[in-house]
Design a protein around this ligand. Structure first.
Ligand code: PMP
Length: 385
């Protein structure tokens, strides 16, 4: 069939397939990045204005853009509402950025590991993915410098706050160094922050884009992790040189983000009620993180190494005896346990065997122990082969 050349690069998403398999109620799923069902807030629709059934503007609802800009300014990001574009989740922001920059073989710079769906989207448009490894402090700065001295990436895509999948939060020093290098080498920074608000300690770190002096940037966020992912409301904030292009790409993609979801998001963003809800989420997820950590120590203490995450939704485990964790999926599912193999989070999966991403927010604590015990047995059995 005569499809476009790029369609040959379209990969099926492993995570979607797993999530489909994990739909059975008896499956304990550590696979997705789903918020806990019981923490989805009850939302009211009664006051929804009728005129929101009409077409809206491509930029997004003006009041929502104002609220998002105010929130970003409070984090130190210099911007105003005219730089905010409301998108269909932050996923769409990544899609628009990819369309803006990527042709066949365009170099882009990512963390190793990086967010699976970003990797897929960038590769779909033909990107040549350059990978800079992560450490517990953030990006390996020496490796970043070397990479920038020998390559010319169109942009760097980073998730500096509770990274997906590794859970890493860049230190203050690392944030400063990354910003300085982006400026020095004139690389556009795309900073993706869906997990910023899901923080369990009190060591916030301001966005890297707020530390830039010269280079272009896109900052993206979402209400998916703090309100409702089903609303499909996210946003990007861009430096003035990029904004007009992103706006035209948005128009071409879908005219505008659904106004109903935007209205609901506006009932929350910037309100005391939202702050209270986010505080509840933090307490809830912190308790789940703690219970998960204790169960991990029991069942994975001998098998793997990990750092306890200070925010976000994931533990990232490195097996002491590396094996291809993709091969563990089927036996794990046969035991009614789903997890996310680590290999697909790297642009070179074969060179990065032996890691697992485990979501700690979704499975009820009373089932976590059983789930992790079964998963550990599956791993031990495979390693014994
Ligand atoms: N970026 C990262 C790093 C994510 O983990 C996710 C969701 N899992 C997204 C973007 C997309 O989120 P959404 O489109 O729901 O805003």
């Amino acid at each position: 069939m005569a499809f476009s050349e790029r369609v040959t690069r379209l990969k099926s998403s492993l995570i979607r397939e797993i999530l489909a398999a994990a739909q059975r109620p008896e499956v304990m799923s550590f696979a997705g990045g789903l918020p806990a069902q019981e923490m989805l807030p009850r939302v009211e629709w009664d006051a929804l204005p009728v005129n929101l059934g009409q077409y809206g503007t491509s930029e997004g609802e003006p009041e929502l853009r104002e609220a998002i800009a105010a929130q970003a300014r409070a984090l130190g990001v210099e911007c105003d509402a005219s730089q905010v574009l409301v998108t269909a989740g932050s996923q769409q922001a990544l899609d628009l950025a990819a369309k803006l920059y990527i042709d066949q073989d365009t170099q882009v710079l990512l963390e190793g590991p990086s967010y699976l769906a970003a990797l897929q989207s960038f590769q779909f448009f033909g990107a040549d993915c350059l990978t800079v490894p992560l450490t517990a402090e953030g990006m390996d700065i020496e490796a970043l410098r070397q990479c920038l001295e020998t390559n010319k990436p169109a942009f760097a895509y980073l998730i500096p706050t509770f990274q997906n999948p590794s859970g890493v939060r860049y230190t203050e020093a690392c944030r400063d160094q990354v910003a300085a290098l982006m400026d020095e080498f004139s690389v556009t920074l795309i900073e993706d922050e869906p997990y910023r608000e899901l923080i369990f300690d009190d060591a916030p770190a301001t966005p890297i884009v707020s530390r830039l002096k010269r280079t272009s940037w896109i900052y993206t966020g979402t209400v998916s992790k703090t309100l409702l992912p089903g609303l499909r409301v996210g946003y990007l904030i861009a430096s003035l040189d990029l904004y007009p292009y992103l706006l035209r790409l948005k128009q071409a993609a879908d005219l505008h983000t659904n106004r109903i979801g935007q209205w609901q998001a506006l009932q929350w963003v910037g309100t005391p009620r939202y702050q209270a809800h986010i505080q509840e989420l933090r307490n809830f997820y912190r308790a789940r993180r703690d219970a998960f950590q204790a169960a991990l120590v029991r069942h994975f203490g001998e098998l793997a190494d990990w750092n306890q995450p200070q925010g976000g939704l994931f533990f990232w485990l490195t097996l002491r005896q590396p094996i291809d964790t993709r091969l563990l999926l089927e036996p794990a599912l046969a035991q009614d346990v789903a997890f996310m193999p680590g290999e697909p989070f790297f642009s070179d999966p074969e060179g990065n065997l032996g890691r697992l991403r485990l979501n700690f927010s979704h499975v009820a604590p009373e089932r976590v122990d059983e789930g992790l015990s079964r998963l550990a047995s599956v791993i031990k059995a495979a390693q014994a082969l």
